[in-house]
Every structure is written in C-alpha cells, then in structure tokens.
Write a protein that binds this ligand. Sequence first.
Ligand SMILES: [Zn+2]
Length: 744
Amino acid sequence: MIRTWLGVSLLLGVPLAVPAQDPAAPAAPLVLRAGDLRVVLGETASAAERRAAALLVAEVQRRTGLEVPIGAAPAGRIALLVGTADSSVALRAFRADHPEAGELGADGYHIATQPDQEQRLFVLGQSPSGVVAGVGRLLRTLRYAAGELTIPALTLSAAPRLPVRGIYFATHFYNFYHVAPLAEVDQVIEEFALWGGNSLCVWFDMHHFTSLSDPQAQAHLERLQHFAATAHGVGMQFGLTFIANEAYAESPAALRPKPSPGSYGVELCPSIPAGLALIGKWQAEVLDAFPRVDFIWAWPYDQGGCACERCTPWGANGFLVASEQLARLFHERVPAGKVWLSTWLLDFMAGNSGEYAGLFRYIGEKRPAWFQGILAGTHGDTIPAPLLERPQPERYPLTWFPEISMWGMEPWGGYGANPLPTLCTRLRERLGAQTQGGWPYSEGIYEDLNKFLWCQFYVSPERATDDILADYASYYLSPAVAADGVRLFHLLEQTHLHTNWRAPRLGVAEEAWALAQSLDGRLPGWARSSWRWRLIYIRAALDHILKTQGYRTAAAQAALQPLAAEITAIYHAQKTFIRPPDLPAPRPASADNLAQGCPVRASSTHPEYSGCEPALTDGVYAQEDGENFWVHDVRKEPTAWVVIDLGKPLALKEVRLQYRGLYGTFWFIPTTLSFAVSADGETWEEAGSSEVVPKEGASYSPAFWDYRLGKNGRFLRVSLGTSQHVGDAFAGTLELVEVEVRGW
Ligand SMILES: [Zn+2]
C-alpha cells in the first residue's frame, strides 16, 4: 500500500504529504528547483530569526545557485516556516497541533520537513538561538547539487544538553581574529551559532594601549564591539574576560605589583588602595564601552598576579580582592550576569603556593555570592586535580577552557588544519560529568574541526566522536566522502607534532596524502576551493613533502613554500608568528661532524617533548631554531645522560656542545659534565669530565663548547650533572641543543 502510494507520487512528480505522526511511513525526499521554495518568517521575527533565514538562503545559493526568497507569507510550491511560536502565528498554531514540538528544552528546536496539507515545512525554535541552531541542523541535512536542493523527510526534536556552549577568541598578536576582514570573522561566529553554540568571549588586553582613549585602543574596541553585535545578532551571549589586576602600558609605577612570573609588569597591586581603585576605574570603562555584556571571566594569570606580601598567595588572596571588585562593578551594571572565576595556572605560575587550598577554604567559609561558577583550564591532557574535588559543585558549577589551538605545534597553526579528535575526546571523557560546558581557546580558523567537536560535545555529550566528524565532513566537504574524511582527520592527528618544520611522527603521512588527493578529486567546486578544505589538504601535502624530502634542501623548500604562502594568505597572517615558520637557509652537511644524523638515546626525556632526542644531532643550531633541543625529565632524575651511536668504531678527538639559551641568557645548564665511550653501548670506558660550563643566567652565546676526548669508540655517552637552574617551576631542568663529535 505504502509502496504503491510512493510509486504513484513519484510518477506524478508531486511532493509527498506523509503525516508526520506516522513513524512507520517512509517518505521520499523533496527535490526542489528554481522557484520551488520560499522561506517564511513570523510577523514579529527577531533579528536572530531574520539572520538565520538569511544565512540559510545564502548557503543554499552558494552551494546550488538557487535563489530562495524570504517573505512574510507562503508562495511558490513549498514554504519553509522559520521562527519561534512567539514570533509567528502559523508556528504558534503548528506547535498547538504538535505536542512533540511544544515541549522543547532551552534553545531546542523542532524540524518537520514533510509538507503538511498547505505544503509547508517547519523549523520551530524554543528561542531565537534555537531557531539558529535548528536552521544549522537543517543545513547539515540538506543535499546540494547545481540547480537542485534536496530536503530529506525529517521529523525531529532536539535540545542542547549543556547550557554553556561557547568559544573564546584570542584577539591578539595580529592573528586571524585580530586582523582578518570583519566579514570573515563574522562568518566564523555565525557558523558557530548554526552548530548550536551560544556564547562568545573575547579579551580587551589593556597592556597593548596607553588608555581607553588611545586611538589604537579605540580601533580594537570597535572591532570587539562588532563581534559582540554579530554574536548577539545570532542569539549568542557575549562576554569579556579580564585579568583581575590588569592595566594599561603607562600605569603608575608606584602602584605596580611586585612582579610575578609571566606578568607584563604594568599590572596594578590590588593591596594598594589607589591601585585597586584604578583597576576598578579602568575595568568599569571597558564594561561601559559595550552596549551589552552578558557575562565576564575574572582571570588570575598568565600576565596577572602580584607577588607582594599582602597579595600572596595570589590565587587565594589578591586575585580574589580584585575579582570581587570587578564582579561588583559588573553586577551593578548587569544584575543577572554571570561571573566565572578562572583558576588558570593556580599553584603553577607561582609554584605550589597553596592557591587552590586557600581558594577552597575561602569558598567554604565565606560562601561568596559574587561569582556564579568556576572556569578551569586544561593544558594538553592535564586537568588540575583539585577541581575534580572542589567544594559545593551545585553552587559553584564548573565550566572548562579546553586548549584546541596550541598543543603540539610550534608555531601553532603553522601547518594548516590541526584536527585533534582523539585528544579532544579523551579530555571530554575526563571532564565529563562535572561540567556545564565551556569555551575552547581559539587562535584562528585552522582548528575549525576542534571547535565543531567541542560545540557538539556541549550540544550532545554522549554523541560518538566519529559521528560528529562525519557530520562535519559531510556538510563541509561532501556526503559522498564522509567516511574517508573521518579517516583523514584521524591520520592528521597521528602526524600532528610539528616544531619549526620538524615533524617526528610522519608514519602515516603518505596514507593521509593519498586520501587527501582522492578526496580533492571528489568534492564539489565550492567545497574544493573552501578555506576549510584547503587547510586540511595543505596540511596533508606539507606532511607528505616533509616525509619524503624533509625541509632542508632547496627542492623541498621550493615545494613547501607556495603551500606555506597559501596558509599565510588564508589567515591574513602577514604580521603574526601564528603562521608557517620561515624555512632555514639550506646548509650542506658538515663533513667533519661525525655525529650528524646519528641515533640518540637519552636516560629520560620530558614527556611533553617526547621524541625530541634526534634534535641533538640534526645539525639545526640554536641560532636557526631556538626550540630545537632535548630536555630531560626532571621528575624522574636530577641528572641525565645521552648516548650517540656513531655507527662504527672511530678515533674520537673531541665532543662539542651547544647549550640552551632563553631570553638572551643561558638556561638549564648542568653543573658538571663527564664522558664515556663504548664499543658495544654496554661496557663503558671513562673519557674525562669537566666543570667548564656556561654560567646559568650569563649572557647567551650560541658558540660551541669543546671537550677533549682522545679515545676510540662507537658509542659516546655525555653525562650531565645536576642543573644550575633553581628557584622556579622549572628548577632542576637540563637541556642541550646540539652535540657534535670530531675525529682525528
Ligand atoms: Zn600586591
């Protein structure tokens, strides 16, 4: 019966009118061509509902060429009604007839794409934000071809699970958010809302400017105000972050803090009454510069802090004084606005100084009402343990600040797309139950897939990662390549680690490159030329070149250069370091360095730098690449050794070491050295020792330090005594940049 009916319908070429209430009835998709579709808004549609409709028709036009009009009343063959029950009489009536559409959760939506008797389809949102998310969901289910739009038969209701589905834009360092044309950033914001996101946070970083009236400050403010308007325009919330004691570049020297690690040095001490007053004055000016701020973050580090006696420990003392004032200023203006207290780098920046313990004691004793929740950062896989056991989770809910931009790439964003599905999933699972959502840290558009993942984690925390990846590949590439797209994203995560063109884990680079080329040939034109695909494709191409040719020869560099230039153009990254690094000048191999390219093993390596041992013999010097070094694992041992396998027994004249420098001075230098040689790598013969080493903190020189050997051996062991570096979070660390060996 159904089959016959279906067949007749197709034969007649008329759209199906399957009752939405009959779950057993299969329904053919609607195939629409020029003039068939009209989008209809409610009589009192909000700005966000109007924007959702505009985004819908623009995307359909871009992908199919079809012009879909937006009107106030149905016309043409099919009408798609978009809006809330508040804004549309027709949608109000629809909701009354459809109980399943009347019980939507916050920001939920109901989609019904089987035409009713009046040939109408529906996207009903619980709120304007829900309308935008519903339109986004519809866009991801449509099928596009030139001159043809296919609408699958759907009846579904959905509502996001977590209330905070945000993104943080780092608007600095001339990165994409800082300099790209506004229209390109707007697109990122609006697509985030189409994904179901509902919150944008930015930072007006005072220290770049002399005051709010500084023309550069005004220009930057105008840019951030524009982002706020764009976010509000699609129903998102907009928030500002403040370093609790931040200040402008020319802050009064007498009110400045006792410097703490990482600070800009211009902040103000909140324990000095005039300092606290000036912090408040400046923060209030920034709040007043925005027509609407929905929430704020109060932030302790990296730049903030004061190491004076009255502020210490900062995270449990001076930070709370300054943050409480900030919260009061905000709540005077926005009584219902939320203040999120960040615990970023507590018990780290100033060493383990009891900041978490003090903060939790304060919360337990005072039960402060001036902040509404805690915002917690992550670094790679690291989650601050105290937060998993914090007091009163009901009263102080937790949101997270997952890092999706910088991990494992130096410079970050320098090699195109950085999909990290496994890392993000692992973090999601560990953060899991204890969260209201969060705002990933975004530096640009190269981490678009990670943004999408986190947004979907917040929308539906139980959804499988690969299902989300397939959704992304299907919508932004093509439904026909979704499975291969998912595979490619995983492969690119396996080759993820890159530091200044060095990529130690390129094992699957060739498989990724073959897949990328195959996909490229199967994409519709709009997808193939999109920045999303180009950044993925270029990443696979760069890895392929690095794997097969490296980056030091002229031929390899000729292949890498145009791809790097395209990345820079896509990011508008002409003035920033967040782009492909410069290629080092090609240098011929050293004929008299016996160690060049030889295998290295080490007694330990810091886990965050795992695989960095080859840096010791790769011929890349500190003056070319300050980040190309080996570092031992101070948690495992106070001293360390490295062994170089020269490949065959040789007469060894001397060993030459290049030490590490940071900020223009020697860092992480051992107190003593000793050497040994071996024929088999097991039995060792002493080959001298020395206390002639650079002095930690002295002015840095990249010149090599030579040590006499005068022995024969295939293996050379260099043993490093305890570190000269003491007194901060990195105390005891040992590093070396390069080891060279000369023969007779
Ligand atoms: Zn202080």
